[in-house]
Design a protein around this ligand. Structure first.
Ligand code: TLP
Length: 346
């Protein structure tokens, strides 16, 4: 029998579980542009309850969620402060500039984590001919820093100081439940000071599609119009929301398994000659390692791994990312680690 493929490219690759597929098949639906899809409405209520906010909105993707939140809180010509390796800056087709007309202002954070001290230096003076800082966007967990987590105190400090300066704060919380699992904290408490939150159902939580925006009722109503403008007004979206409800219900409680698997993988990689990784820094489900010392490029390594049925993605010429998720178990991760060792022994 052919060896199965171990797909560690992303936690987005998971297939909907039988329970999700059943819920999708049986979902009660209506036209969500008329706000009449009962399953979408339930999902939105559930998300706003979990985050203890007034309202929530179902959007097709994290990218649309982030862009919607930026459009709702900025005007063209203003600036958005974000971390230089942030997803919103590097992997969303420059939508904040192309669509929202705002300028990203990049700040480097240690392991992707910004502090008020670093951010405050980038805030523009209030002079009429300077672009004005309208928004700060934080990413928790930070994808390209290797799934790192914001200490809640630091996130709260940033929000408090930003608000004192009249600046809003957005959370790209694509993997906020991974952060909550790592910290052992409640997502509502962790995120209570943010003006807008976007989190993904389609990453570690396992849904096939969708993200949620969470915030005040007034903010969510503005986002609803913007979502429509972007072409994200969906009709009988209850078939998708039904999977989202299962993801929200069942997803968060098992993320610790992905984190343990990532830690195991990181430790195995750390003991492989030619690979550099500080396994102690792996906090959640993302493992990024450097292959420069082996003399191979990440492309060479990825090709050799793919021939052996293990998939990962390049971060750059020398770095590779592997992500654990609910469709890989400890056996798969052991096999992946073993395969990497074999490749590097050659
Ligand atoms: N991340 C994807 C890729 O685009 C890189 C992945 O495989 O990790 N914020 C963060 C922090 C993300 O990691 C992602 C997706 C998004 C936003 C965008 O979400 P989608 O893909 O739903 O638009």
């Amino acid at each position: 029998m052919a060896e199965s493929v171990i797909d560690l490219r992303s936690d987005t690759v998971t297939k909907p579980s039988p329970e999700m597929r059943r819920a999708m098949a049986e979902a009660e639906v209506g036209d969500d542009v008329f706000i009449e899809d009962p399953t979408v409405n339930r999902l939105q209520e559930r998300a706003s309850d979990i985050f203890r906010r007034e309202a929530a909105l179902f959007v097709p993707s994290g990218t649309m969620g982030n862009l919607t939140c930026i459009l709702a809180q900025t005007r063209p010509g203003q600036e958005v402060i974000c971390e230089e390796a942030g997803h919103i800056y590097n992997y969303e087709m420059a939508s904040m500039s192309a669509v929202a007309g705002v300028l990203p202002r990049l700040v480097k954070g240690e392991d992707g984590i910004l502090t008020w001290e670093t951010i405050s230096k980038a805030i523009r003076p209030k002079i009429y001919y300077r672009p004005q800082t309208a928004l700060i966007s934080l990413e928790n967990t930070h994808n390209m820093a290797g799934g790192t987590v914001y200490p809640t105190k630091i996130a709260h400090e940033i929000c408090d100081n930003a608000h004192d300066a009249g600046i809003s704060v957005h959370l790209d919380g694509a993997r906020i439940f991974n952060a909550a699992t790592y910290l052992g904290e409640d997502v509502a408490e962790m995120t209570k000071k943010f003006d807008s939150i976007q989190f993904c159902l389609s990453k570690g939580l396992g849904a096939p599609v969708g993200s949620m925006i969470v915030g005040s009722r007034d903010f969510i109503e503005r986002c609803r119009s913007i979502r429509k403008m972007l072409g994200g007004g969906m009709r009988q979206a209850g078939v998708l929301a039904a999977a989202g409800l299962v993801a929200l219900d069942k997803g968060p409680n098992r993320l610790h398994v992905d984190h343990e698997n990532a830690k195991f993988l990181a430790n195995q990689l750390a003991s492989t000659a030619g690979i550099n990784i500080n396994a102690a820094k792996v906090q959640t489900n993302i493992v990024i390692f450097d292959v420069r010392d082996s003399g191979w490029s990440s492309g060479d390594v990825l090709k050799a791994l793919e021939q052996r049925h293990v998939l990962a993605v390049p971060v750059d010429n020398h770095k590779i990312r592997m992500v654990t998720h609910l469709d890989v178990d400890r056996n798969d991760v052991e096999r992946a680690a073993q395969t990497v060792k074999e490749v590097f022994q050659r």
